[in-house]
Design a protein around this ligand. Structure first.
Ligand SMILES: [Zn+2]
Length: 93
């Protein structure tokens, strides 16, 4: 992440924020927000972008592996819970 932008929409690594009022009233911030909502990467150098992409891919893969590994347990849990008849709990005061 680079030290660009006003820091309202995307936090800057240096933690700085411009005293501009943020995206509601500042055109620079508004543009940043627009680009962010459009999914555009702003001022990220190529190397960082490659690393980000690789990290995201890696995380996605771990998620898929986790889902695959967890599925039998989740299914079993759902089955066990479906057997349980919901009991009425009347609080005794
Ligand atoms: Zn601004």
């Amino acid at each position: 992440m680079s030290n660009t932008g006003h820091g309202h929409v995307r936090p800057r690594p240096d933690g700085m924020r411009a005293r501009c009022g943020g995206p509601a009233i500042c055109p620079v911030c508004a543009r940043e927000q627009e680009q962010m909502l459009a999914g555009a990467e702003i001022s990220v150098d190529d190397e960082a972008q490659d690393e980000e992409r690789a990290l995201i891919e890696h995380i996605e893969q771990i998620k898929r592996e986790f889902e695959r590994a967890a599925k039998p347990y989740v299914d079993r849990l759902v089955y066990l819970r479906s057997l349980r008849v919901p009991s009425l709990q009347i609080p005794i005061v």
